[in-house]
Design a protein. Sequence first.
Length: 718
Amino acid sequence: MDLPSLIHLLGELLGQVIGEQESPELFDTEEKIRALTKARRAGDARAGAELAREIGALSADAARGVASSFTLYFDLVNLAEEAQRVRALRDREREQYPAPTSESIGEALALLKQRGVPAERVADLMQLLRIELVLTAHPTEAKRRTILSKLQRMSEMVHRLYNTEPLPREREAFSNALTTEITTLWLTQRARAGRPAVTDEVRTGLYYVDAVFWEALPRIYAELDAALATYYPTVTPPRQWLTLGSWIGGDRDGNPNVTSAVTAETLRLHRGLAVERHRRALQDLARHFSLSAARVPPPRELKDWLDTRRPLPAHVAFLETRYAGEPYRLVLSLLASDLEAASHEDMTARLLEDAPHQARIQLSALTAPLDLIARAIPMRLVIDQLQTPRQQLDIFGLHGARLDLRQDSTRLTTALGEILRALKIDSAFEDSAEEHRLGVLRQLLSNGERPDSLATNAGITTETAETWSLFKLIARVQHIYGRELLGPFIISMTRGPADVLTVLLLARWAGCAEAFDIVPLFETLDDLRAAPRILADLFSSEVYRAHLESCQGEQMVMIGYSDSNKDGGYLAANWALYQAQEEIARVCKESGIQLTLFHGRGGTVARGGGPANRAIRAQPPGTLNGRFRVTEQGEAIASRYSDRELAHRHLEQIVSTVLVASAADSNAPELQVRAEWREAMDVMSEAAHLTYRALVYDTPEFMQYWRAATPVEEISHL
């Protein structure tokens, strides 16, 4: 079956559903409108006039039906095109076998080998390798999880129908199953009954963690292992190098609905997903590991570990009796039982109250016995059955995705100013100049003492109380569940060193500053230009250098593509971003700091979107060094990760490009930007900047035109 035939089949099935669930007349109307639309697009002016009359004559119910028809039709066309892309990828891999496919991890390592990159250089790169994708919510991506799940099921059917050769009876069965799914989707309300809460957005993000990333990331790990074994067999891959983060439920910049309570609930949802997935995996593994102790004697350490757990829970004790002499089944069942018990703890309440608590289970309590099992059983069983669940523990931990926290610098400064006023330390901190604030912060940080009266004098406004409760929440998360649940603390609109030291002081006073990643976010053109100076000032500060020592001498810096674009236009923003990265890397290198650049990209070109592998290759030489962190925003998540095979392709392209770009000699002449090119970019950037500002900011009618020509008003109500 070719692509047009598949699309034709899906269209027929949709037409059948419309006729059954609505009326044949509605289907005829939809087909007439579709034909007129095609004719109008081909240049038929009369068709355009007739199309306007046809649509204008629709009743509200008929308009709903026609709109639903086209929406579902394009859903089906997208699924067909995704199936075609997957077929093309599979055909390409088959044709190139045994050579690795283009932009794969295997090709990356083969290329390094071909270029003569020594094993020592690759080993150093493996030590630094750290790639993290950070999921964010976005108002233009509003699909319900119910809709996503239905489309996922339909996608699997379309793939099997298109990429296999089904028997006639199998093809009929697929068509019937697709018709049923199309019917349920037609009868399902696409819009939510109410405005989505932050936790609804969290659950949508976790859908992709559960449905796609949970299986996709271990597959990428396995491909790096295989490529190293082929081209650099003496190099050991890192245990954790490709992970997930999330902003959803932690990003409070401009969103008053993200409170400490919401963040605590978000962390519960994250942990709940991870605990349940690991529980199911270990329970399934226990059923497979029926190995006899007489044939595969367990090591003494595993027996000792099991003895420390007695008396066993009732169900596990029953399994010991029923499956006597099968210790590996028993250990895995016990670990699954531990996770079952952990799933019932009220994590949100624990994080929001001051009473002392301890997590029911830590990650090491799972990994240690699994590693003992791995050393005892045949290697084939380790590779085929144990390796993936063990890797999933390394990748996802007991948190699924690290939760980043973000707040605006002005909000943080105002909160600290109110706290200092209440403590009678400084009466006008937030209104003072940068130098005054820096002096106060350095003195308080050097003092190292938390004011005794802080608990009762943390400010009087709701905003300040909420900001202080966030830092107390961070401390409780670290104390009860560990630091791995949380990503960095991001300061949007960072304007100076005082913004970063403000967060450090609040973290110190809350008791969560140790190994606490504080990330300045530079967004406007002026802030991007100031970023190197701000970082140099921070690195020259004794108190901040001492803090970086607790972070292994690493500093993450975030650069914003969307706001810089809105500030200066596409060309000026991208040239400013390029230069800022060069200078930030230079300052970090001169200060002996390990840099990770965090790219705040969106889905559209104006938000830094586009093919990720090309964007990585376009970064200035010497700025990667095996470290890459990037946001994946709502609509980009849906387009890149809805299909498992296409998600794998996107991931392997990212990893491949990071490896090749990081291993390149940053001083190579072919990677340098020539002086005349820089001069040309300066001239073009300045001209583009002036033209953009004149249109967008200095033309009074521009916003009136923008609202008329774009669906911005409709989007704002999503």
